[in-house]
Design a protein around this ligand. Structure first.
Ligand code: FE2
Ligand code: FE2
Length: 156
């Protein structure tokens, strides 16, 4: 398996510092799992189980923060976005089944897919709300009302 590490540069920025930091953290967790699954048998099942469990709990935190934000700014595609979040968590969690059934090879193959799924969400789906915030702040700040102030203030 080829080793490669994905880095989130500024072109992936959604323009909200705390969210960008969380995205970097998610990708870094995926990279760690990815790098370790290149090593063959010396990595235990527990290592992966723990790695995926930590990833899922950080995903839940991040997605919750994002949903709070999208709800507050009345993002028109809020429900679709939330559904994508639900499916992403379900997908990542679902990969743990392979560990329970002893299908480690299948589990390891799922690691790059997990990373792709998260990366795609950040670069495509999250980009949509970033563009929305940008446009509203620029052309209709009254629409976002309070969020015309720095969005950071509303993330607590
Ligand atoms: Fe996100
Ligand atoms: Fe999202």
């Amino acid at each position: 398996m080829k080793t490669s590490v994905i880095r989130l540069d500024n072109s992936y920025s959604v323009g909200i510092e705390s969210i960008d930091e969380q995205h970097k953290q998610l990708i870094s967790m995926c990279n760690n799992l990815y790098l370790n699954c290149c090593k063959k048998d010396d990595i235990s099942r527990d290592f992966f189980r723990q790695g995926v469990a930590s990833l899922v709990s950080f995903m839940r935190y991040h997605l919750f923060v994002e949903e709070q934000l999208l709800s507050r700014i009345a993002f028109p595609e809020f429900h679709d976005h939330k559904e994508e979040h639900r499916k992403a968590v379900e997908y990542v969690n679902g990969c743990l089944v392979y560990l329970d059934t002893g299908e480690e090879a299948r589990f390891k193959k799922s690691i790059p897919k997990i990373r792709d799924c998260i990366l795609r969400h950040i670069t495509v789906s999250d980009r949509k709300y970033a563009n929305y915030i940008h446009a509203m702040n620029r052309y209709a700040p009254w629409h976002i009302k309070d969020t015309y102030l720095p969005v950071e203030l509303f993330l607590g």
